[in-house]
Design a protein around this ligand. Structure first.
Ligand SMILES: O=C1O[C@H](COP(=O)(O)O)[C@@H](O)[C@H](O)[C@H]1O
Length: 246
């Protein structure tokens, strides 16, 4: 299925539209399966979305499992922690049972053990494909200016991981080290929402969506989703993307 691209006027409108779409997907998953599995993005872009999601009344959070797409190897109270950001903007404002929130522990020098432990919990609680890959209902992603999604950075080993659902990202140039979901898990999600805002992302968005492929594909271009992929862009990030009818 080709990606769907939605261009919203500004970050606030983007957050509102993405919140409505998340609510719709989570409601449908709960209605269908009784439980929904959601993976959160970190970084700056999703904060406004999480604040809006916390205020929407249509999600039965008691039936949602909350996972993380990636995490930095910092304590959970560190300002760089994706879990801390999600807790402050969303999780402490909704009635999700604590046992259904699954922060990623990333503690060097045990990063590989932490990756294995997270993968084991994910595989135990989420539905699995015939090949044993976790199938999450909704995975939220951001996009780095270098084209990274989750913590799948250009040129890193984690980007090439095809077997393990969770990988350690501990290589020169990545500071602090991280844990990340891998491409097979992202590709098996029923819905991927990619949120991108700000003029500093316009060049990477243009390269990913509007330019002829050149050189090594960006991490975001390595996505091969079995489900839907929806891009939510604000006008600044979408500056180089041709508009329909333009
Ligand atoms: O490092 C990260 O970056 C991406 C993009 O973050 P943003 O601040 O530019 O929105 C994010 O999706 C990822 O979770 C985070 O760890």
């Amino acid at each position: 299925m080709p990606p769907q691209i939605r261009i919203l006027d500004d970050p606030e409108t983007l957050a509102e539209a993405a919140a409505a779409r998340c609510e719709e997907i989570l409601r449908r998953a709960v209605a269908t399966a009784g439980t929904a599995h959601l993976a959160l993005a970190g970084g700056r872009t999703p904060r406004a979305l999480y604040r809006r999601l916390a205020r929407r009344g249509g999600i039965d959070w008691r039936r949602v499992h909350v996972w993380f797409g990636d995490e930095r190897a910092v304590p959970f109270d560190d300002p760089r922690s994706n879990y801390r950001m999600a807790r402050e903007t969303l999780l402490e404002h909704v009635p999700v049972p604590p046992a259904q929130v699954h922060p990623m522990r990333a503690r060097p020098p045990c990063l590989r053990d932490d990756a294995e432990a997270y993968a084991a919990t994910l595989c135990a609680l989420a539905p699995l494909s015939a090949l044993g890959v976790p199938c999450l209902d909704l995975v939220l992603l951001g996009l780095g200016a270098d084209g990274h999604v989750a913590s799948l950075f250009p040129g890193t080993r984690a980007l090439a991981e095809r077997d393990d659902p969770v990988a350690a990202v501990d290589e020169p140039g990545i500071e602090p080290p991280r844990l990340t979901l891998t491409l097979p898990v992202l590709d098996h999600a029923r819905h991927l929402l990619l949120l991108v805002a700000g003029e500093e992302k316009a060049a990477v968005v243009r390269r990913a969506l509007a330019e002829a492929p050149r050189g090594e594909p960006l991490p975001v271009q390595r996505l091969a989703p079995r489900g839907t992929l929806e891009w939510f862009l604000d006008a600044a990030a979408a500056a180089g993307v041709p508009r329909e009818g333009a």
